[in-house]
Design a protein. Structure first.
Length: 310
């Protein structure tokens, strides 16, 4: 028969690993300044220098899935969290109602799914159900269950945990999508302000290049005028791109490995193209590609205005 002291001693390595993972996540260094902050703070006239400093640090992007550290922390919560809860509650299992114990396990599932991914939420649900079975149903320290009520409770805990995992994953995707739409509007607004204020076309070129690098997570973006030295897949006005060998990353296709061209049009004229050099580890949504077309149109409008003034 396990005593409270022996259970705490048995779970000491698990607790140490859990809190070590917590400290590692909380002490990660986070860049203090985003690349977009450089663009806003430095001003358009010094954008070239700001862009060089900012993009060597990498753009901040709203990811649809957590980063690797968050994934690892979520898996740590999923694997060890239910065991920690079981170790803490076993000494009091005769005094606690089964429903209360299930609620505590459900909170662990929520935490695992919120910090990590759907996989960590599913893992937390499975381990929580098994921990409840092993520690809180008779016979104790066995996966056998004597009572039909306990069988129902265990299965209910598993179903609730899986449902929570899906709900948290859907909520994260919706929140990220909403943040991305806000960023896209802000990018368009910044470039439109430049064009409306009759800024120099060179400033607009630098601004559009910077916004495209951030929007599409590009390695580089450059403006070229005809004649072009190479043929590249074209980013069409509806956001589609012809070409093979594109990868599916986090629910979206990457840009073509050889890059893509984005025509710059204004008042029926073609002024050149923007060459997009992709990061093949990042997928780009159709909405982001259509925003890129709109940014190129703003650049085309600036060129057309300069040509008319001349």
């Amino acid at each position: 028969m396990y005593t409270g002291a022996s259970l705490r001693a048995a779970f000491r390595p698990v607790l140490d690993a859990f809190f070590a993972a917590t400290r590692q996540l909380l002490t990660r260094r986070v860049p203090a300044v985003r690349a977009d902050d450089f663009v806003r703070q430095e001003g358009i006239k010094t954008l070239a220098a700001a862009r060089e400093r900012a993009y060597t640090r990498g753009m901040t992007r709203h990811d649809r899935v957590p980063d690797e550290a968050a994934k690892a922390f979520g898996l740590a919560i999923a694997a060890f969290g239910p065991l920690v809860v079981a170790g803490l509650l076993v000494p009091f299992r005769d005094d606690l109602a089964g429903a209360n114990i299930v609620l505590v396990f459900a909170l662990v599932v929520v935490l695992g799914a919120a910090v990590g991914t759907r996989a960590s939420g599913v893992l937390a649900a499975i381990i929580a159900a098994m921990s409840y079975d092993f520690f809180f149903t008779r016979p104790y320290q066995s996966l056998k269950i004597d009572s039909s009520d306990d069988i129902q409770t265990t299965l209910l805990l598993l179903v609730i945990g899986l449902a929570i995992s899906e709900i948290v994953t859907y909520s994260r995707r919706h929140r990220v999508a909403s943040a991305q739409r806000g960023d896209e509007i802000a990018r368009l607004h910044r470039v439109a302000e430049l064009v409306a204020s009759d800024s120099d076309a060179d400033d607009v070129v630098l601004s559009v290049q910077a916004e495209l690098i951030g929007l599409l997570s590009l390695r580089d973006c450059r403006f070229e005028t005809a004649p072009f030295t190479s043929e590249l897949p074209r980013l069409e006005r509806n956001g589609s791109i012809a070409g093979d060998h594109r990868h599916w990353i986090n629910g979206e296709y990457t840009l073509p490995a050889q890059g893509a061209e984005l025509p710059v049009l204004g008042r029926g004229r073609t002024f050149g193209r923007l060459v997009l050099v992709p990061d093949l580890s990042v997928g780009v949504s159709i909405e982001e590609r259509m925003v890129a077309v709109a940014l190129a149109d703003q650049l085309g409008a600036a060129f057309a205005a300069d040509t008319s003034a001349a």
